[in-house]
Write a protein that binds this ligand. Structure first.
Ligand code: FES
Length: 190
């Protein structure tokens, strides 16, 4: 009899603890469900907002690159996606040129990725070719990765000074968009 009286308060305490845990679970489950519901609503909205293919095909981005000093990069936007415009240092050009192209996952020379006579201007999409994150390295003080170009922190892809994939899961180099120099200091992308 005495034993039964002693056990009862503990049982109440256990129920209380369990009750707290259950409430936590219900709140977490409710938040998760709300998150899934939010995504489900978001996709149709995004697809409705997306411009048609012919509108996208016509869009271009014009950039004044006169203020980008050697060693500096800027992030621009082209068709709603980030673009990196980088004014390579002579040492970075030499580093890219010294690589044995046949050893690369996606073999390309720096010259093939830039315009003739303007090898210092490296213009690429700022979209990792693995799963689409925006790599670091174009902003002041950002991590440029082990090969001095760009680094994608999502899953650890390292790009070199020609934005070629050198390490990590990304299958190809950062994409070079269609672009042309409309003057010495102006670039039109697209
Ligand atoms: S998205 Fe860049 S490494 Fe995965």
């Amino acid at each position: 009899m005495t034993d039964a009286i002693v056990e009862h308060p503990e049982a109440v305490q256990d129920d209380t603890q369990t009750g707290v845990r259950r409430r936590d679970f219900i709140e977490i489950a409710a938040v998760s469900f709300a998150g899934i519901g939010g995504i489900a609503v978001l996709f149709p909205l995004i697809s409705q907002m997306a411009p048609s293919a012919d509108v996208l095909a016509e869009s271009t981005t014009e950039l004044d690159i006169s203020a980008i000093q050697p060693g500096q990069s800027v992030k621009a936007v082209f068709r709603k996606q980030p673009v990196f415009v980088r004014n390579l240092l002579p040492a970075e050009i030499a580093e890219a040129a010294a690589v044995d192209v046949s050893s690369l996952r996606d073999p390309q020379t720096l010259a093939e990725r830039t315009k003739e006579g303007k090898e210092n201007w490296l213009i690429t999409m700022g979209v990792c070719t693995h799963l689409g994150c925006v790599p670091l390295g174009a902003g002041e003080g950002e991590n440029k990765g082990e090969f001095g170009g760009y680094f994608c922190p999502c899953h650890g892809s390292h790009y070199d000074t020609a934005a070629r994939i050198r390490k990590g899961p990304a299958p190809t180099n950062l994409l070079v968009p269609e672009y042309e120099f409309t003057s010495d200091t102006t670039v039109q992308i697209g």
